[in-house]
Design a protein around this ligand. Structure first.
Ligand code: GTP
Ligand code: MG
Length: 327
């Protein structure tokens, strides 16, 4: 926390950006604070700024401003890459089985690395059960539907249950204790905490073979911390930063990011289900694919693919059993 002075809210997320901004060439603590206060609160915002704007905002010469902007452009990595390189990266995508072939099928084979997959639905629809199943399945070998990796579980609702992991692991033929060893769990209490926990995954991914990052549930703390219409803009801005972290982790470390989400009533809906996921456009655009799950008869559930860059909307049925998620 360098260069923090009064006037910048503690815990607003500003500290992190100040440190990032300070790393830019030609920016000291005083300049970074002025930039932040003038609304240049991210590397990207500086990179897309103009020299006269920056120069006026922090009272420096345009030449120095340009130097800062150039440095931000380098740091922001906003350049192009060849389609071939994109292809090479896509070829590294791996898929984690959800435990039900029908469910895998509507997702093109399972939950993909390098993507953010969102499952949303009302309480008891099975989101947390699916998250547990993925934490187990990610440890399986490729031929068994896994990615032979470890999982990180950010729990915002205190519903992670190691006992359930053991049950699911046993039915998949995994050693129960080993399965627990391979899942790193943290209980998030505030949105700042949740964001910090996500950022920490970067260090973990450098040391360990982390292949799956679960946030269950993505929006619950955001929703309780930012109440009312007045807080919405701030919430969405913060959510955007959180999602940017998740996306970067997914892409840089070939991790599958799996988030669960609740629904709210949608007054604009005339047809079909009058509910929609929380999180608005910020989340809608960040999630690579979204699946809506709904309770059906007994233990059965219906899943519908809502949004996917390459697959048509499809539906599937699955059930939640003692062993876990099944057809
Ligand atoms: P919220 O977090 O409250 O929004 O719900 P959720 O979507 O996360 O639901 P969750 O995954 O917690 O699903 C709970 C449901 O899973 C229960 O109502 C049960 O039907 C089912 N379930 C949970 N554990 C077991 C189990 O051990 N055996 C069986 N057969 N079903 C289970
Ligand atoms: Mg849950």
């Amino acid at each position: 926390m360098t260069g923090l002075k009064a006037g910048i809210k503690e815990g607003s997320g500003g500290e992190r950006f100040l440190t990032e901004i300070e790393d830019l060439q030609g920016v000291g603590p005083a300049t970074s604070e002025k930039l932040y206060e003038a609304g240049f609160d991210s590397i990207e915002s500086i990179a897309t700024g103009t020299a006269p704007e920056l120069s006026a905002a922090v009272n420096i010469g345009e030449k120095s401003a340009l130097k800062i902007i150039r440095s931000a452009r380098d740091a922001a990595d906003m350049g192009y890459e060849k389609a071939k390189d994109v292809m090479t990266r896509r070829e590294q995508v791996e898929r984690i089985s959800l435990g039900s072939e029908a469910l895998n099928e509507i997702l093109g084979g399972g939950v993909e690395t390098q993507s953010i997959t969102e499952f949303f639905g009302e309480f008891g629809s099975g989101k947390t059960q699916i998250a547990h199943q993925l934490a187990v399945n990610s440890q399986l070998l490729t031929e068994d539907g896994g990615v032979d990796g470890k999982a990180v579980y950010i729990d915002t609702e205190n519903t992670f249950r190691p006992e359930r992991i053991k049950e699911m692991a046993e039915s998949k033929g995994l050693d129960q204790e080993q399965a627990l060893e391979n899942i790193f769990v943290a209980r998030a209490t505030t949105t700042d905490h949740q964001m910090l926990l996500a950022e920490k995954v970067e260090e973990m991914a450098k040391e360990d073979d982390i292949k799956l990052l679960i946030v269950d549930a993505l929006m619950s703390i955001f929703r309780t911390e930012f109440v009312g219409r007045g807080a919405l803009a701030e919430r969405q801005q913060k959510l955007g930063k959180h999602l940017a972290t998740l996306r970067k982790l997914a892409e840089t470390y070939n991790i599958a990011v799996f988030v669960t989400n609740h629904v709210q009533s949608d007054p604009n809906s005339f047809f079909g289900d009058p509910t929609k996921p929380i999180g608005g456009h910020v989340l809608g655009h960040a999630a690579t694919c979204r699946i809506y799950i709904k309770k059906s008869k007994k233990n059965t559930r219906k899943a519908r693919l809502i949004d996917h860059p390459a697959l048509p909307p499809m539906s599937a049925k699955f059930r939640i059993s003692e062993e876990g998620i099944r057809n």
